[in-house]
Structure formats: C-alpha cells, structure tokens
Design a protein around this ligand. Structure first.
Ligand SMILES: Cc1cc2nc3c(=O)[nH]c(=O)nc-3n(C[C@H](O)[C@H](O)[C@H](O)COP(=O)(O)O)c2cc1C
Length: 215
C-alpha cells in the first residue's frame, strides 16, 4: 500500500488525543518503525532505561483495559505500547552502553569517567527521584513514538489513566519497573475530536527570566 506521510510539522499541528479506535491490526513493519523511533530518543548518559511492552492480543488488551479504569480505547486500539522505566536497567546496561559508545567513537577518557559517575549518580537516588528520572527519559522515547505514528498516518492516544499495580499484574512486570504511560495506536473511529486549543505564548513562555515577555 502506498501512503503519503505527513511532515513532522503537520503531525504536530494535526494530532489529537484519539477518543476511539476502529481496531484494525497494525502491520508489524509499521509497529517496528514506530518503536524504533522511540529507541532513538536521547537519554541521560545514553542509559536508555526505557522498556516497552507491546500489547496487541484481544485477551491481553481486555485485561489491560481492566487495569486502565475501563477505558474502551485500550481494547479498541490496534496496539497499546506500555511505556515503562527500569530502575535497575543501568546496573545491567552500563557495560553495554560503554561498549557501543566506544565502538561509535566515544573517547576512552569519557568511558573511564562514566564507569564511576553513572553508578555514583544513579545509586544516590531515592525511589521518588528514580521515578522522576525514569519518567523524564521514558517520556522522550514515548513522544518520539507518538509523533512517528502520527507522521505515518496513524492516530494515537497517550494515557495516564491506569493503576500501577494492576498494570504490573497484567503484564507480569518486574518490581524494578515503573509504568509511565500507555500509548494507544490505531485508526480513529467516529467523528473527529474537538480541538481544545492551546494557551498562547504570552501565557507560558518567558524571555530571559520569569515574568518577562519573550521579544
Ligand atoms: C501524559 C498524558 C496522559 C493522558 N491520559 C489520558 C487518559 O488516560 N485518558 C484520556 O482519555 N486522555 C488522556 N490524555 C489526553 C489528554 O486529555 C489530551 O491530550 C488533552 O485533552 C489535549 O487534547 P489533544 O491532545 O487532543 O489536543 C492524556 C494526555 C497526556 C499527554
């Protein structure tokens, strides 16, 4: 099937949080391209602490819906990408990150320093600080996936309406995982969603310091 992709600018301005999906399956190649976009996001120290569970089967979507305040779009979407952060990821992945970095031209001196700064920094976190750090990293990958899906002509719905413990149970997640958000991907069903609009720049953007208008 030939398809014209949207530009990134079109995807950003035309995107809406989709209320309802038609449930058509998503081709595997498309899904992988969307996921790959997320995996290329930047992350602190390139530690890539994100983990994604892709839910596509009818029975598992139904169970995930039950963990998401019964939101119908969880079951209707072609795929739901459950975006998580792994608090222990860096412990296992530091060597791999450095190995890949060195292969790509990372200076030895940087690698030597990272071998101590990364564990020092991340092991000093409280549990809440770790959740904040993970949320920051995972959200960047999540947003890249969402925008790639929109560029490709899919409709998306980001979701924070879920219960952490229930999602853990349904997906059998390790204890070190922190669920950040759900991304429903598919094709919209029914009428277009209203555009809620956005506050103008004068409301949310300052120049040089708080309270000063951006010139
Ligand atoms: C992190 C995040 C979580 C959200 N969670 C939900 C959700 O659980 N259920 C829902 O119906 N909409 C959810 N939304 C959609 C927002 O309500 C929607 O993005 C907002 O109203 C603006 O509408 P628009 O995205 O169509 O412009 C979420 C959006 C974001 C960014």
């Amino acid at each position: 099937m030939t398809r014209t992709e949207k530009t990134l600018a079109e995807a950003i301005r035309g995107r809406r949080a989709t209320p309802s999906f038609d449930g058509t399956p998503i081709p595997e190649a498309d899904l992988r391209r969307i996921l790959d976009a997320g995996l290329h996001a930047p992350s602190g120290y390139n530690m890539q602490p994100w983990r994604f569970i892709v839910v596509q089967s009818e029975e598992q979507k139904k169970r995930l819906r039950g963990a998401s305040y019964n939101q119908a779009k969880v079951e209707e979407a072609s795929a739901v990408i459950v975006a998580c952060g792994d608090a222990d990821g860096w412990r296992r992945d530091l060597d791999l990150m450095l190995e890949q970095g060195l292969a790509g031209g990372m200076p030895e001196s940087y690698a030597d320093q990272a071998r101590s700064t990364v564990p020092n920094y991340l092991s000093s976190f409280t549990s809440d600080q770790m959740k904040t750090w993970l949320t920051k990293q995972v959200t960047l990958a999540f947003t890249s996936m969402l925008l790639m899906a929109e560029v490709m002509g899919y409709d998306t719905a980001p979701m924070e309406g879920f219960e952490q413990e229930k999602v853990h149970e349904v997906l059998r997640l390790p204890l070190s995982y922190w669920v950040v958000a759900l991304l429903a991907v598919g094709h919209s069903k029914g009428s277009d969603k209203f555009d809620g609009g956005r506050f103008d720049m004068g409301h949310t953007v300052f120049g040089e310091e708080f309270g000063k208008r951006l010139k």
